[in-house]
Design a protein around this ligand. Structure first.
Ligand code: ATP
Length: 791
C-alpha cells in the first residue's frame, strides 16, 4: 500500500533515471504493438494453420471431405475461411461424465429467481472449474494466457491514468508559473504518453473480444460433446422426449454467446475499476489525509447501499428476456422448416399472428426493462457522476481552504513575502489541485463502472442460471436403455409393456405384455390402426424408449402367438444382435416415417450418417453408390442434380417419394442384419416398393416392416397385428404368414365375396325393372340422350 500511495510525480518527471523508466514503458509498448500480428497470433492460432486459397473445384472437393487427419494424426475439421479452407484440429469428444457431480439439478425456485447469492457463485464455480479452466489442465490452457495478458493491460492502463493525471497537474503548474520550457516539455511528454495509453485501450478491447470468443468456443465444444453424444446418451433425443428444456437452440446459441460476452466484459469492468479505485485512492490519500480518505469511503459506502436498494432484479429480467427471445426464434424457425405445409394451407396469416404474439411478448418485456432502467440509471448517474464528484471537490478543497491557509499564515513572513516563493506556492497548489481533480474524476468514473458492473453481474447471474440449467439438464438426462445382446443374432422382445416415457403410473401402456422374436430371415410385418403403438415398438427396439417389464412376466391374455414359438417365460428384456448401435457398421438400421435429408452433398444423403472420410476409408466406390441408386430407382439423380458433390437443400429439392427411396438407399449402403422400416415407402408406388423389398431381402437384410399396406404381407414370414381393446391398450396377435390361419382368413374373404356375388342376380333383375320403368314413362335420361342411346 505504501508503494502504491507514493506519488508518481517525482520518480517519473524529475530525475534522469525515471525518464529512462518512461522511455522503457514507451519502448515496451511499441514492441507489444508489433506482436499481435506475429507472436500473439502464433501463440493463439499456431495450430489452426493459415487459410489457403483453393481453386473452386478443389475447394468443393475439400468441403465434401469435411475432415482430414494431419501429419500428427489429429483429426482436423476443414472450415471454409476467406475463400480458402482452414484446418481446425478438433479434440476427440469427451463424455465429461466425471463432471456430473458438479452439476446437480437446480430447484425450480432457484431457476426462477437468479440472484447474486451463494447459488450463483456455486453455478459460476462449476462452469469455470469444469468447463473453462479445469485446474488439472490450467497451465496448458491458452485462455489463461489471454486472461493474464488482459489483466496486464488493465493494470498498465491504470498506471498510465495516474501518470496522465500527474502530467496534467504539472503542465498547468508550469503554465501558472509561466515556465515556457517546462510547459513545452510537458506537452511533449503528453504526446509520448498518449501512444501507450491509446494502444493499451485498444488492446484491452481486443483481448476482451478474443477472450469472449475463446470462452464461447470452450462452452460450445463442451455442450456439443454432451448434446450430440451418440447412443446410449443420445441427449439430443432424450431432452425433447423428456420435455426438459424448451428452445434448446436458444440456450446453445444465443445464451452461450451472451454469457461468454458478459463474463469477459465483466472481468475487465470489475478488475479495472477495482484497481483504479485502489490506486487512485492511495494516490489521493496523500493529499486528502486520513480524515478525507475515510470520508470518501463513507460516502462511497452509503451511496452504494442506496444504489443497491434501488437496483431492479436484472438477473431475472435477463433470464426471462432470453426465454422469450428463444420462443420467438423457435417460431420463426418452425415456419421456415415447415414452409411448404404452411403454404399449402395458406397459413401465413395464422403463423403471422402466432409469431407477432411471441414477438410482442418479447418486446413488451424488453420495453419494461428499458423503463425500469430509466429510473435506475438516472439515480445511478446522479449519485456517481455528480454526488461523488461534488463530494470529491469538497474533500480536496478542505486542505486548501483550511489547512494550507493556516500553514501559510503561520509560515515566517520572510519566506512568503518573496514574489517567486508566492508564485511557486500557487503553482504547487494548482498542480496538486489539477492532479487530484483528475484522479477524483477518474475515481468517480471507476466507481460508476463498478456500479455498472454490479448491474452486469446481476445480468450475468440470470445468464449463468440459464447456462447452468442447460449443462446440468444435459448431465442429468437418463440414458437410453441398453438392450441385451442376443446369442443367436436375433431381435427379441420378451414380456414388455410398451409405455409412453414420462406417463403416469395409472396410464395404460400402449401395448401390453408384448413378446416376439425375429430370427435372421424371419421377416416381420407389424400392422394395426393409426396411433395404436406400431412406431412405439420400433422405438423400443431401437433403444430410444425404455421398455417397461410387464406386470405378468408370462403368457398373458393381452396377446397371443399362433403358429410361432414364443419364449415368454423368464425375465422381461429386449434382445438385439451384437453391434446394434455401432456407428460404423450397425447391425440394426431404422428408417423412420419422415424422411430425413442431411445438410451436404448428394453423396452425403446416401451414406448418412457416415462421413465422406468414412466412405473413402471403407473402400466403397461411386460405382457401388450408382448400383444402390439403381436399386431404389433413382439412377437419374446425379445427372439431374449436377453430380455427386452437388450441395443443395435436399429436403426441398427431392419429392416425397424420392426422399423415401433415398432413405431406403441408406439401408442398401449400410447393409445391416436387420432393417426396421417404419412406413417409409408409403409415398412409393406399389410395384417399385415390391422390387425394393425383393432387393433388400436378396441382400440378406431381415426386415421388420411397420405398414398399413396389406400388399406388403407377402414379403414377410410373420405378422404382428395390433388392435385397440377396451382397456385402451393394444391387443396383439402374432401369426405366421402362409399358415393355416392365414389360409383360413383367405377362405373367409372368399366366402364373403361369394355371398356378395350371390346377390348379383337380384341386382341385375332390379336394373332391368328400372329400365322398363323409364321407357314406359317415355322419359329419356339425360345421360342416355347425350350418348345418343335413346330414340
Ligand atoms: N413422445 C410422445 N409423447 C406422448 N405421446 C406419444 C409420444 N409418442 C407417441 N405418443 C402417442 O403414442 C401413441 C402411439 O404412437 P405411434 O407413433 O406408435 O403410433 P403408430 O401406431 O405408429 O401410428 P401411425 O400409424 O399413425 O404412425 C399415439 O397415440 C401417440 O400420440
Amino acid at each position: 500500500m505504501a508503494v502504491l500511495s507514493r506519488p508518481l510525480r517525482y520518480p517519473f518527471f524529475k530525475h534522469p533515471p525515471q525518464r529512462r523508466t518512461l522511455l522503457l514503458v514507451f519502448g515496451a509498448t511499441l514492441l507489444l504493438r508489433a506482436l499481435p500480428g506475429n507472436v500473439f497470433h502464433n501463440i493463439f492460432h499456431r495450430d489452426k494453420g493459415k487459410g489457403k486459397a483453393f481453386p473452386a473445384d478443389q475447394l468443393k472437393q475439400t468441403l465434401q471431405q469435411m475432415y482430414e487427419t494431419d501429419e500428427n494424426g489429429r483429426v482436423c475439421l476443414l472450415v471454409p475461411y476467406e475463400g480458402g479452407v482452414q484446418k481446425v484440429p478438433i479434440p476427440s469428444p469427451s463424455d465429461h461424465s466425471s463432471d456430473k457431480d458438479a452439476f446437480p439439478l437446480l430447484s425450480t425456485s432457484t431457476q426462477a429467481k437468479p440472484n447474486l447469492d451463494l447459488a450463483f457463485l456455486r453455478q459460476l464455480r462449476s462452469i469455470i472449474c469444469c468447463i473453462l479452466f479445469p485446474p488439472a489442465k490450467l497451465w496448458r490452457n491458452k485462455d489463461l494466457g489471454i486472461v493474464l495478458m488482459h489483466s496486464s493491460f488493465l493494470v498498465l492502463r491504470t498506471v498510465l491514468s495516474i501518470m496522465v493525471a500527474r502530467l496534467d497537474g504539472r503542465i498547468v503548474r508550469d503554465l501558472v508559473k509561466s515556465d515556457g520550457k517546462g510547459f513545452l516539455k510537458g506537452i511533449v511528454l503528453w504526446f509520448v504518453l498518449a501512444i501507450p495509453s491509446t494502444y493499451t485501450n485498444s488492446m484491452i478491447r481486443h483481448l476482451q473480444s478474443v477472450l469472449h470468443l475463446h470462452l464461447r468456443t470452450r462452452l460450445t465444444r463442451y455442450i456439443h460433446d454432451l448434446y450430440f453424444a451418440s447412443y446410449p446418451e443420445a441427449r439430443y433425443y432424450q431432452i425433447s422426449l423428456e420435455h426438459k428444456l424448451d428452445g434448446i437452440d436458444q440456450y446453445i446459441t444465443a445464451d452461450v454467446d451472451a454469457w461468454a460476452g458478459s463474463l469477459s466484459g465483466l472481468y475487465g469492468n470489475l478488475l479495472k475499476p477495482t484497481l483504479d479505485i485502489v490506486l487512485f485512492l492511495s494516490q489521493l490519500s496523500r493529499s486528502l489525509g486520513a480524515r478525507g480518505t475515510v470520508l470518501l469511503w463513507v460516502n462511497y459506502y452509503i451511496t452504494i447501499r442506496i444504489l443497491r436498494a434501488v437496483t431492479p432484479a436484472f438477473g431475472r429480467l435477463a433470464a426471462v428476456e432470453a426465454r422469450l427471445e428463444g420462443e420467438y426464434r423457435r417460431g420463426v424457425g418452425r415456419v421456415g422448416r415447415e414452409s411448404e405445409e404452411v403454404a399449402f394451407y395458406d397459413g401465413g396469416a395464422r403463423e403471422k399472428d402466432i409469431l407477432t404474439r411471441a414477438y410482442l411478448r418479447l418486446i413488451k418485456h424488453v420495453n419494461s426493462i428499458y423503463k425500469i432502467r430509466i429510473a435506475y440509471e438516472w439515480t445511478e448517474d446522479y449519485v456517481i457522476k455528480y454526488l461523488w464528484s461534488a463530494a470529491g471537490y469538497g474533500l480536496i478543497a478542505v486542505p486548501f481552504l483550511f489547512t494550507r491557509n493556516k500553514r501559510l499564515q503561520s509560515d515566517s513572513p520572510s519566506i512568503i513575502e518573496t514574489r517567486e516563493a508566492k508564485d511557486n506556492a500557487v503553482a504547487g497548489r494548482t498542480e496538486t489541485y489539477i492532479s487530484n481533480r483528475r484522479l477524483l474524476l477518474s475515481l468517480a468514473d471507476a466507481g460508476g463502472r463498478l456500479m455498472f458492473a454490479y448491474k452486469d453481474m446481476l445480468e450475468l447471474a440470470g445468464l449463468t442460471t440459464r447456462l447452468y440449467t442447460l449443462v446440468s439438464t444435459l448431465h442429468n438426462l437418463p440414458q437410453s436403455p441398453e438392450g441385451k445382446i442376443s446369442v443367436d443374432d436375433s431381435i427379441e422382445i420378451r414380456n414388455i409393456d410398451v409405455t409412453i416415457p414420462g406417463s403416469n403410473d395409472d396410464t395404460p401402456p400402449l401395448v401390453k405384455d408384448l413378446s416376439f422374436i425375429v430370427r435372421p430371415g424371419e421377416h416381420l410385418m407389424i400392422t394395426g390402426s393409426n396411433g395404436v403403438g406400431k412406431t412405439a415398438i420400433a422405438r423400443v427396439l431401437a433403444g430410444l424408449w425404455r421398455p417397461t417389464p410387464s406386470s405378468s412376466e408370462s403368457e398373458s391374455d393381452s396377446g397371443s402367438g399362433s403358429g410361432i414359438s414364443l419364449k415368454t417365460s423368464g425375465t422381461s428384456a429386449v434382445y438385439a444382435p451384437q453391434n446394434a448401435h455401432d456407428r460404423h457398421h450397425p447391425s440394426v438400421f431404422v428408417v423412420p416415417q419422415r424422411a430425413y435429408m442431411v445438410v451436404g452433398s448428394l453423396l452425403d444423403q446416401v451414406i448418412y450418417p457416415h462421413t465422406y472420410q468414412e466412405f473413402i476409408k471403407s473402400g466403397r466406390t461411386i460405382d457401388e453408390l450408382e448400383d444402390i441408386l439403381e436399386k431404389v430407382f433413382l439412377t437419374y439423380l446425379p445427372d439431374r442434380e449436377g453430380g455427386w458433390t452437388t450441395r443443395k437443400e435436399w429436403r426441398d429439392v427431392l419429392s416425397g417419394g424420392e426422399k423415401q427411396r433415398m432413405s431406403l438407399a441408406r439401408v442398401f449402403y449400410h447393409r445391416p442384419k436387420f432393417a426396421i422400416l417404419d412406413e417409409c415407402t408409403s409415398a412409393v408406388s406399389s410395384d417399385v416398393e415390391g422390387r425394393m423389398y425383393e432387393s433388400l431381402k436378396a441382400l440378406g437384410v431381415t426386415l421388420i416392416t411397420i405398414t398399413l399396406r396389406p400388399s406388403l404381407t407377402k414379403f414377410h414370414k410373420q405378422l404382428l397385428t395390433l388392435n385397440l381393446d377396451s382397456s385402451s391398450s393394444a391387443h396383439w396377435t402374432l401369426s405366421r404368414v402362409g399358415t393355416a390361419e392365414e389360409r383360413m382368413e383367405i377362405h373367409r374373404e372368399i366366402k364373403s365375396l361369394e355371398e356378395k356375388l350371390a346377390d348379383v342376380e337380384g341386382w341385375e333383375s332390379r336394373v332391368k325393372e328400372l329400365e322398363v320403368l323409364l321407357s314406359a314413362g317415355g322419359i329419356s335420361s339425360s345421360a342416355g340422350a347425350s350418348s345418343g342411346e335413346c330414340s
